[in-house]
Design a protein around this ligand. Structure first.
Ligand SMILES: Nc1ncnc2c1ncn2[C@@H]1O[C@H](COP(=O)(O)OP(=O)(O)OP(=O)(O)O)[C@@H](O)[C@H]1O
Ligand SMILES: [Mg+2]
Length: 312
């Protein structure tokens, strides 16, 4: 199943790995293909500034042709969920008695399941006349641990609930997240030892949950400038360059940083190979180059180009 042909994509990974930038670039790519896209950010507002828009809050807001944004507030999502499940009067009582906050803190995974329910609502094929329908919902999800808790929550609730509407809804949500034709995860990683380890662990955890890993993006890679033989020649011309980069003669001062950079690039290559080898066959992996500056709206087109092949 092509990545962008699903209805729901969750973009996650360790903090700062590029989740927001990649979610936005995938949105731009899908919109270019003619899809109506909603990019939803869970507890954050960087997405709207990336699209040069004022904070959009809880409202689905069109920011560009075929691209809408929304910031999902888990508490707000929980209100809606409980309102729809237990009905107006009971819901009002819960609020009046401040039971709500207690329920939210005491019931593990409730926030998460309500947030997943919001994803379900947004990604429905027909949302009726009152709400816009999207071809694709991309979630700029929280970092891995929290995102995994979200993906796990429907099955947990389905196990707890004995029957009735909540059980039925939890089962629906479980089916949604575990259906590769509808839901996929995009994992963002960096070419370093620990992030690669964590990415491989998350890939296995997703497999355990039966959730499809649609794409792994290795972000901020830097290519090698030199071949190994060239690096060796430079090393021979300026012995000790790497260890004594700051002093020594001119050749050493010039060669030092070049060789340090070369070694770093080689270490990154090794991490990339380790990642590729550790992922199950069939899981798409692509790299995004490190850019000199922060990612802005102008860069999203280029990022989209770079992701296009892997997303096809
Ligand atoms: N390929 C890249 N090259 C250079 N800078 C990048 C690249 N990708 C992302 N960045 C920058 O790195 C920072 C973090 O990126 P981003 O906000 O997309 O990550 P995130 O995973 O969403 O972070 P957070 O965990 O804080 O939500 C931003 O300043 C962004 O502009
Ligand atoms: Mg982010």
């Amino acid at each position: 199943m092509a990545l962008l042909d699903r209805r729901l994509l969750l973009v996650t990974g360790k903090g700062g790995t590029g989740k927001t930038s990649i979610a936005a670039a995938l949105g731009v790519l899908a919109a270019r293909q003619g899809k109506r896209v909603l990019i939803a950010e869970v507890a954050g507002e960087r997405l709207s500034s990336l699209f040069r828009h004022r904070p959009v809050g809880h409202h689905e807001t069109v920011v560009e042709e075929r691209i809408s944004l929304q910031a999902i507030d888990p508490i707000e999502a929980a209100h809606d969920f409980l309102r729809s499940q237990v009905g107006g009067p009971v819901h009002r009582v819960i609020f009046q008695n401040r039971l709500f906050n207690l329920t939210m803190t005491a019931a593990p995974g409730l926030r998460e399941v309500c947030t997943v329910d919001r994803f379900r609502d947004l990604s429905q094929e027909d949302r009726g006349r009152k709400h816009p329908t999207y071809d694709l919902v991309i979630v700029d999800a929280p970092a891995t641990g929290h995102a995994m808790a979200m993906l796990r929550s429907p099955a947990t609730y389905s196990g707890i609930a004995r029957g009735g509407p909540i059980k039925k809804r939890a089962d629906e949500l479980s089916a949604l997240v575990a259906d590769p034709a509808r839901t996929g995860v995009v994992l963002c990683a960096l070419p370093e030892e620990t992030p690669v380890n964590e990415t491989l662990e998350t890939a296995e955890a997703l497999r355990g949950l039966g959730v499809d890993l649609g794409l792994v993006v290795l972000n901020r890679t830097r290519g090698t400038l030199l071949g190994d033989d060239e690096a060796e020649r430079i090393g021979a011309l300026a012995p000790g360059a790497v260890d004594e980069a700051s002093d020594g003669d001119l050749a050493v001062r010039v060669a030092g940083p070049v060789l340090v950079e070369h070694r770093r690039a080689r270490r990154e290559d090794a991490q990339r190979e380790r990642l590729a080898a550790g992922l199950r066959p069939g899981v798409a992996l692509t790299a995004l180059e490190r850019r000199d500056d922060e990612v802005t709206r102008e860069d999203l087109g280029e990022l989209a180009d770079a992701l296009a092949e892997a997303a096809a």
